[in-house]
Write a protein that binds this ligand. Sequence first.
Ligand code: ADP
Ligand code: MG
Length: 316
Amino acid sequence: MIKVSGLTKRYGEHRALNQVSFHIKKGEVVGLLGPNGAGKSTLLNILTGYIFANEGQVLVDGMDMMQSLIAVKRKIGFLPEKPPLYKDMTVKEYLLFVAELNGIAKKDRHQAMEKAAHHTGITHVIKRRIKNLSKGYCQRVGLSQALIGDKEILLLDEPTVGLDPKQIMDMRQLIQELSTTRTIIISSHILSEISVLCDSILLLNKGHMIAHEKVENMIKNALNIHQLILRLGLAGCDQETIIANIKCMEGVLDTYLVGTYESNTWDYSISVNKGYDIRTQLVALCHEKNYPLLMLQPTVLTLEEMFMKLTEEGGA
Ligand code: ADP
Ligand code: MG
């Protein structure tokens, strides 16, 4: 449904996107994930035809964006980071105006407005002025605006930013309902949000696409590394020697000092490749060197930590 190849966007010397390529199938719900400044909004703005890339190609349902801009725009509903709401209009006036902008015939505008309002649960506020609505409702009006014209594709830029927890839950549920019949890209810097809503994740960091994977594969990959927390008493322990001793064990990816969680102790975090169990070796090491071993606990890498690891290593 959406095929992007070699997309590059420069702002002066700065590359907000660098050779980004991916392919999204019809009906897929994709999470566009990355820290602030990763290039998420830039990518969505290009996909909606709001700004243009310096290099690369975007195909939407087989149509080249540059050659068929209007036809492509007809297929795509967009909720920008800051929804373009006219605050003095009532919800109804605004949605009718959006319907007009979308080229919907005058006789059909009312129905289009009602349908979009119904979908997002704002029918009871359509006579109110937008400036008098809560942030959660403004966001829903923004989403209604994106739905007008029965768009097959929805692009939502950080749709839950600035909402309170209840509004976030409502917005997620709304997106879930919409996702049954549409292709959707949702950008977010919050991993947990993406993992509940999406089938797959596009991970962006500093303009580079560093992963495009099914959510369950991401979780599987996260599980491929396990972590141990080692707690040692301070007496007779030289941290650097300990770390060096652990780092040279087979299967160990990384070791570092985490901090103190109990007085006169240090916790070390050790990442180990799946397939290696170094616990017996660690106990033997502590015995041999007389390190006071107080705790040795396996933990799994959370998706959050996995995301941190990928974005630390990926972008440069
Ligand atoms: P995200 O949405 O992931 O937070 P953006 O796409 O907004 O990231 O921005 C990506 C990078 O491009 C950032 O470093 C940002 O400062 C820069 N950038 C975005 N828009 C502009 C612009 N209009 N002019 C110059 N730099 C920009
Ligand atoms: Mg953004």
